[in-house]
Design a protein around this ligand. Structure first.
Ligand code: ADE
Length: 248
């Protein structure tokens, strides 16, 4: 999986991708990330990347020319990316489904803005997608680009050791994850739920599915609209939803 990131802070992008499963995948060459310094694609002595907005108003706008030049260099040197993702709070919300779509592509470019935004012609000419990681405003697209790279990389075969754990994660089936426990069985007066130490694998599976569903109902009922539920799970939902008070 190849990523090309265009940014005025390439060190920030690199620093966020040296540890953990993504760091190891980069070392092994399964994931290939190149952060391109936008200022390398300026032509003036001061390497200026921003300018005042047409029409007036506060703040500065990122100039189109360095982004155009960076994209042309990426295509010439690394091939044409199958998606060019502009990070912006005005984009469509990034979801696990979007991460899966990008992971299937093999090569994506990510364009990071700073200041008030990027000249709209960059989006018009180059962007295939405009993506927001949530309804809050960050000071630039670098952290969102790291979020996208991490979420996409985990879905690339061979990046996360245990494929089953990717499947079981929150959102893997469109539900939140169930609670997890490890030893000791009692700590600080708090006990691990009995069923998990019972050795009854069928009961454990059932408990986990129930917990995942219960959490989703309590915290993110909006996810239930699109979650892939079986008949038994639909039955539990009907039980809990009809006037049965929450257990916690
Ligand atoms: N740039 C600034 N805020 C952002 C957000 N929430 N998502 C994506 N890019 C951004």
């Amino acid at each position: 999986m190849k990523f090309d990131v265009v940014t005025i802070f390439p060190e920030m992008v690199d620093a966020g991708l040296t540890e953990g499963v993504v760091g190891r995948a980069r070392e092994r060459g399964v994931v290939d990330v190149v952060a391109h310094d936008l200022r390398d694609y300026t032509t003036d002595r001061h390497r200026v990347v921003d300018d005042v907005p047409f029409g007036g108003g506060p703040g500065m706008v990122m100039k189109p020319e360095p982004f155009f030049a960076a994209m042309e260099a990426i295509i010439a040197g690394r091939g044409r990316p199958q998606a060019v993702v502009l990070l912006s709070p005005a984009g469509r919300r990034f979801t696990q489904a979007e991460a899966a779509r990008f992971a299937a592509l093999g090569h994506i470019a990510l364009l990071c803005g700073r200041y008030e935004g990027i000249d709209e012609r960059v989006r018009e000419r180059w962007a295939t997608d405009e993506v927001s990681i949530g309804d809050y405003v960050l000071s630039g697209g670098e952290l969102p680009a790291l979020v996208v790279i991490d979420a996409v990389s985990r879905l690339v075969p061979g990046v996360v050791g245990d494929e089953q754990s990717v499947e079981a994660d929150s959102f893997g089936r469109g539900l939140l994850d169930c609670p997890h426990y490890t030893r000791p069985a009692e700590y600080a007066g708090l006990r691990v739920p009995e069923v998990l130490t019972s050795g009854h694998h069928g009961e454990i599976r059932r408990w986990r599915r129930q917990q995942a569903l219960r959490r989703t109902l309590d915290r993110r009922p909006d996810l239930l609209v699109t979650a892939a539920l079986d008949g038994e799970e639909r039955g539990w939902l009907r039980e809990w939803d009809i006037g049965v008070p929450p257990t916690e």
